[in-house]
Design a binder for this molecule. Sequence first.
Ligand code: 5GP
Ligand code: ZN
Length: 110
Amino acid sequence: MCLFCEIIKGNIPSEKVYEDDMIVAFKDINPVAPVHFLVVPKEHIDSVNGVTPENSGYVAHIFEKIPEIAKSQGIESYRVINNCGPSAGQTVMHLHFHVIGGTELGAKIL
Ligand code: 5GP
Ligand code: ZN
């Protein structure tokens, strides 16, 4: 089972900030900003490349919930980042969206 599936199941501890029947959000173990959490679907999807018409509801739900979770963490301005595949720096092959904020964010790539 992948690392984030283990976290979702509670087999590996994490600091969860939100959970419902479809998604979990937990603090990144190596935060790059004062607020840095990851939002993941409870169903294992490798990456954005694994999103299909059958499972895209998870992605929609993640984006419906990000504003609420961000607000609960004290931020209303933030960056949402996804790395898809090794060349883009994806290190955990379970779809996840980084949400970072809580400071003036640094240089934009785009
Ligand atoms: P990626 O590099 O795949 O876009 O993001 C993976 C993220 O997972 C990294 O920011 C990394 O710090 C985080 N991470 C890796 N292992 C763990 C862990 O065991 N627990 C938590 N909470 N985050 C982790
Ligand atoms: Zn997984």
